[in-house]
Design a protein around this ligand. Structure first.
Ligand code: ACO
Ligand code: PYR
Length: 525
């Protein structure tokens, strides 16, 4: 099986994304993961750029099993001797085994941006590569702006590749630096490069036209054997080719060997861990690894997937560490509900539930991410959920002068006993949550370990301004389990209260029999 080399530049080009900044420890943690997943090259940064990038190379020397660490840098500055160039010297001082040098492959870039002449640029490329190679460094040459340069002046773009080869480069990487190329441009550029060099070729594609992944795959189809990209497609402007998409496509759709193939089954974890470390929200819509990648909402889809998952799934979700989700919403038919409640409800009850869900969603509820409320609704309709407690009344007050004080009082009945408790909080919902917790933990100590971890409010009818109905969605965690609930009312406190009570009831109900919780979790998965 032919091999395609994976070259990860999350730690260099990835950090050129707006809003992404990694500490040295973050970089080391990500690099360790990349090595574990079998990346062939990890571009650690540009040593001449900042002390953090320099430290990265010092800390990773000899650390990795599979990956070779590459230092990034430019060709020498114009008009100086190669050994006077600070960037090249800093690469040598770090004693890295691999360096990736970028040089201009476009007449426009040379004349207008470097403000030098095309002959001097060819010398800069060849001399810089040779300088490192003669000092024992393997050089990957990134031909910056190659595709734009090739379109405007093909002979010059190809002459730049030849200069790098003459200097001793081991790889020629063709860059769609502005990210505007189409797959046909990429194919033409790769085929032209093959006419002047027998060196292995790579592709470095940006995503400005939304084609970085397609362009990378097209380059491989045309003969490139290295793909440069980043985890989650992070990168300058619209990003780089997303390796979480490129990699499985190379292996499963194109039949290449790439990375540590057995680790693809944990691809989702790689993507999410890197987004956690980067402190960026995961992209729900990402292919393969996004939260929605195997979530089926439309009734027609759910119906087909129950029969044959491949009807609406291009691969088995387990291949990338995902699970299938069948969502319940106003777009559901019987199949969505049967997927979750087949063993609980008969055909008539399922039909009634479909109609109830559609009506409730028309009233503002949204169940696709409130699976615990959904489950409770069904279990309550079957009288499976006892009245664990009764709420006599609750009262919330907000006093605002120099600071805000929120206080809530709840009166709760459990059996014959009455509990009155006061909670204080940063806001009224927090205070209510505290008061409920104080009262209920006296009888149900497990409530102490239920933590509210996310809270969202959505105004349902903006035209009614502050009188509009609102939907409150709450995410709670109990040990490692997630409980998601929803409430709707014209009063934000009442909506919050409904969602809060659902979270507590769901916990108590699912805790009654441990197997029941497992069953509930599985049916929500
Ligand atoms: C396509 C890419 O993504 S390339 C990578 C881009 N990444 C970054 O720029 C992040 C790290 N960069 C840095 O920390 C800084 O830019 C540094 C330290 C590298 C350089 O800083 P400075 O010396 O202040 O230069 P500056 O940032 O203004 O960059 C422009 C200089 O780079 C030179 N340059 C750009 N490309 C090349 C090249 N391929 N070969 C040689 N010189 C180049 C330009 O000629 C210009 O030099 P001049 O000021 O003498 O005209
Ligand atoms: C080298 C590089 O990052 C580019 O051409 O986009």
């Amino acid at each position: 099986m032919a091999r395609v080399y994976l070259y990860d530049t999350t730690l260099r080009d990835g950090t050129q994304r707006r809003g992404l900044s990694l500490s040295l420890e973050d970089k080391l943690q990500i690099a360790q993961l990349l090595d574990d997943y079998g990346m062939d090259f990890i571009e650690g940064g540009w040593p001449a750029s900042n002390p953090k990038d320099t430290a990265f190379f010092e800390r990773t020397r000899g650390q990795f099993q599979t990956a070779q660490v590459a230092a990034f840098g430019s060709t020498r500055r114009k008009g100086i001797l190669v050994d006077e160039d600070a960037s090249l010297r800093s690469i040598l001082e770090l004693e890295v085994p691999v360096a990736t040098l970028f040089g201009k492959a476009s007449v426009f870039q040379v004349e207008q941006i470097l403000e030098t002449d095309v002959t001097e640029n060819l010398r800069m490329v060849e001399e810089s590569v040779r300088f490192l190679v003669e000092h024992g460094v393997t050089v990957i040459f990134d031909a910056e702006h190659y595709f734009d340069g090739y379109r405007a002046a093909p002979d010059y773009a190809l002459a730049v590749l030849s200069a790098a080869e003459a200097g001793g480069a081991s790889w020629l990487v063709l860059c769609d630096t502005n990210g505007g190329g189409l797959p046909i441009d990429i194919r033409n550029g790769v085929e032209a490069a093959k006419t002047v060099s027998r060196l292995p070729l790579g592709i470095h594609a940006h995503n400005d036209a939304g084609l970085a992944v397609a362009n990378s795959l097209e380059a491989v189809a045309a003969g490139a054997t290295m793909v440069q990209g980043t985890i989650n497609g992070y990168g300058e402007r619209c990003g780089n080719a997303n390796l979480c998409t490129v990699w499985p496509n190379l292996v499963w759709k194109m039949g290449f060997e790439a990375g540590r193939v057995e680790r693809l089954k944990d691809l989702t974890r790689l993507s999410r861990t890197v987004s956690e470390i980067a402190n960026l929200a995961a992209d729900d819509g990402a292919p393969y690894v996004g939260e929605n990648a195997f979530a089926h909402k439309g009734g027609v889809h759910a119906g087909a997937v129950r029969k044959h998952p491949e009807a609406y799934e291009h691969i088995d979700p387990a291949q990338v560490g995902q699970t299938r989700r069948i969502l319940v919403s106003e777009l559901s038919g019987r199949s969505n509900l049967l997927y979750h409640f087949d063993s609980l409800l008969n055909a008539e009850q399922i039909q009634a539930l479909v109609e109830q869900v559609k009506q409730l969603e028309a009233d503002g509820y949204q169940f696709e991410d409130a699976d615990s409320s959904m489950r409770l609704m069904v279990e309550r309709s079957l009288h499976h959920v006892p009245a664990y407690y009764g709420v006599d009344r609750f009262h919330v007050s907000v006093t605002h002068d120099s600071t805000s004080i929120c206080e809530a009082t709840v009166r709760i009945l459990v059996g014959g006993a009455r509990f009155v408790e006061v909670g204080e909080g940063a806001g009224p919902v927090h205070a209510l949550d505290e008061a409920m917790r104080k009262a209920l933990t006296q009888v149900y100590p497990q409530v102490r370990d239920l933590h509210l971890t996310d809270y969202k409010v959505r105004v349902l009818n903006g035209r009614d301004a502050t009188g509009a109905a609102v939907r409150v969605w709450i995410r709670s965690e109990y040990h490692n389990r997630v409980i998601q609930t929803v409430g709707v009312s014209r009063n934000i406190l009442v909506a919050s209260w409904q969602a809060l009570v659902d979270a507590i009831d769901f916990l108590l109900w699912s805790e009654e029999a441990p197997s029941r919780h497992q069953e509930a979790v599985e049916s929500q998965a």
